[in-house]
Design a protein around this ligand. Sequence first.
Ligand code: ADP
Length: 331
Amino acid sequence: MLERKSLKWPISLAIVMIVLIVGLTVGWILVNVFGAITNQSGSTLYWTSLTVGSIMFALVLTGVILYLVWSIQQVDLNRRQSNFLDAVTHELKSPIASLKLFLQTLHRHEVDPDQRREFYRSMMDDVERLDRLITQLLDVAKLEQDSNEPQQPSWVSLSEIVQTTAEKLLQQYRLSKDVLTIQVDPCEVWGKQVDVEILVRNLLDNAIKYSGTPPAVLLQATVSNDESELRMVFQDNGIGIPRHLRRAIFRRFYRVGNELERTKPGTGLGLFIVRAIIKRLGGTIRVEEPAKSKGARFVVLLPQVRRLSTTNPPLSPSVTPPTYEHPHDHA
Ligand code: ADP
C-alpha cells in the first residue's frame, strides 16, 4: 500500500503537467496560426514565435516525461530494495532462530539418537541456507569489484562445472538423481571459472527451487556445428514466469509476487548476477515457456566455445550424452 501511495504522487503530478503543457501548446499554435492568417503584414513574426514556442513546449514536455520515468524508476528501486532487506532479514533470522532452538533443546534435554540425527539434519539445512545467502551477497560484491579480481579468463570445462554443481545442489535439496536430466556436449567455454560456476549454479538452483511436484529439471548444453555458439537450456516443470515479468526478473532485488505470499527463500539477486555475467561473457539470456509443458525455460547463448573430443574420460553417470528427450516435453 505504502509503495502504491508513493508512486501515485509523481504520476498524478506529471500527468497534470503533461495535460497543461499539451493544452498550452495547442492554444499557442492556434493563436499564432490565427494571427498569421488574419494579420498578413506581421505573419513572419507569428510563424517565428510559433516555431520557437513549439520547440520550447516540446522541450518542457520531454523534461516532464523524463522526470516521470525517473521518478517511477526510483520508487520501483526503493520498493525492490526494501523487499530485499525484508528477504535478507528473513533469510538470516529464520535459520538462526531455528539453530538456536535445536541447540537449546540438545543442551537442556535428553534426546534419543534418532531424534538427535534428525536435529542435526535440520541444523545442516539451516547452515546451508545461511551459506547460500552469504555466497550470493559475496557474488554481487565480486561483480562490483571485478577489475581487482586476480582470476584471468581461460578455457573452462563446462561439463565438469555442471557435474559438480548438480551433485552439490541435489545433495543440498536432498533430491534423487532422476530429478535432473543433463545433456551436455563435452566442451569448454572462454571465461572466468568463477563466472561460469555462478552462472550454472544460479540458473540450476532456481530451476530446482521453483520446479513442480515431483520436480523435473532439464539442463541442455549444445555446441553449434561450426563451434560459434553454445546454447544452454535450463528448464523446469514449475509455475513458470508470466510473460510480462520476463524482463523484470533480471533486475536487482526483483522477486515475483509479494513478500507475504512467497514460499521460496531468496533475495532477488541471482538472476541479476547471471545477467551481468552473461553480458561479460558476450552472450544473451531469454526466458521462454517450454513448448509442450508448464514451467520456465531459460535459454543462454554464449559465443566463445570449443568442443572437446569425445575420447575424453567419461563423465559421471548423471551426465549423459545429448540424445535424450525431456519427458515433460511430451506431457
Ligand atoms: P531469488 O533469490 O528470489 O530466487 P532470482 O534473481 O534468482 O532471485 O530470481 C528472481 C525471481 O524470478 C524469483 O524470485 C522468482 O520469482 C522468479 N524466478 C526465477 N527463476 C524462476 C523459475 N525457474 N521458475 C519460476 N520463477 C522463477
